[in-house]
Ligand binder design. Structure first.
Ligand code: HEC
Length: 286
């Protein structure tokens, strides 16, 4: 009886371990799936469905960034075909996501390009019967599959190394920044060339990856910079600038996580604009 319980536990544990590792699941799955997620709609396609499509093509490529100096035969469908019927916001973005959870943006105009004389993106599908070679054979047997973005005539549009994502599981269509995060935008009365709007661009470039504004944003790594209060309301401008240049010069503890921004990456004029933006947001807080 005891023995049986133990065995049972071990099986449960194994089951849980594989369920928690998306990677293991996706690789074990006999018919892996690829999704295109967009606001309000998710299109899911299995490998077997994709391999049955009438627009499936054989594309032979030599010397791709993933398989340098190798000639590989791919079965693939044009990415722009997969996006037929999916609404794209003109200012929206597309992100790809990989088996290990990594995700990054990819240019929608390049991904969906299909005018003659330009490179065209394809979703390559690995056949179970004829797997592609391992990507890092010295380290692991993993291939670029089950799904891999490849390009027909990559030289035409100068496709870069980072534009060949492999082991991908989905494309996610995102709305424009304004539709996703309207409350981070400075009030309409500030024109494109104003210091406030320029400061907003600087904020997006250097700060938005860690800080929210008005509870909207990508990350909670650092505190919200406008809600409930803005640092422009409790730091004087000189101290705030010092803090952004070198947080540790103002306050110091062992576990602080914000790095400083030197004048090389964030010139004085841009820092001043950035503070104008933060002040405008504080003044218009709803
Ligand atoms: C890598 C993430 C990261 C980036 C990028 C970042 N910060 Fe921070 N920031 C933090 C964290 C985390 C804190 C909290 C203090 C700490 O742990 O260092 C913080 C604290 C602050 C504070 C102090 C707020 C308070 O009330 O104590 C200000 C002001 C600030 N950041 C402004 C900025 C600005 C402006 C930028 C862009 C130029 C920026 N941060 C970029 C992570 C970041």
């Amino acid at each position: 009886m005891k023995m049986k319980t133990r065995l049972h536990r071990a099986i449960l544990w194994l089951w849980a371990a594989s369920a928690y590792s998306g990677f293991a699941i996706a690789h074990q799955s006999a018919d892996p799936q690829f999704s295109i997620r967009s606001p309000g709609k998710t299109l899911t396609l299995s490998r077997s469905q994709l391999l049955k499509r009438s627009d499936l093509e054989k594309i032979v490529l030599f010397d791709t960034p993933t398989y340098p100096k190798q000639r590989i035969e791919f079965w693939a469908v044009p990415v722009f075909h997969l996006f037929e019927g999916i609404k794209l916001d003109p200012e929206g973005t597309i992100e790809f996501r990989c088996l290990d959870g990594f995700s990054a943006p990819i240019s929608p105009s390049r991904l969906l390009e299909h005018t003659p004389g330009r490179s065209v993106a394809y979703l390559a599908i690995e056949k179970e019967s004829t797997p592609w070679p391992a990507v890092h054979p010295e380290k692991s047997p993993e291939t670029a599959g089950p799904f891999f973005v490849i390009w027909k005539n990559p030289e035409l549009s100068h496709i870069g190394v980072e534009e060949w994502p492999f082991q991908i599981t989905e494309f996610e269509v995102k709305g424009s920044l304004r539709s996703s995060f309207p409350k981070i935008f400075p009030p309409e009365r500030f024109k494109e060339q104003s210091q406030e709007v320029r400061g907003f661009h600087t904020f997006q470039k250097w700060c938005f990856s860690c800080h929210k504004i008005n509870q909207q944003g990508l990350s909670d790594f650092g505190p919200d910079l406008n809600w409930p209060k803005s640092p422009t309301e409790y730091f004087n401008e000189k101290a705030l600038k010092e803090y952004i240049r070198n947080p540790q010069s103002l306050r110091h503890w062992k576990n602080d996580r914000m790095r400083g921004f030197s004048p090389d990456e964030l010139p004085d004029a841009e820092l001043t604009d950035l503070i104008k933006y933060l002040k405008a947001m504080a003044a218009s807080r709803r």
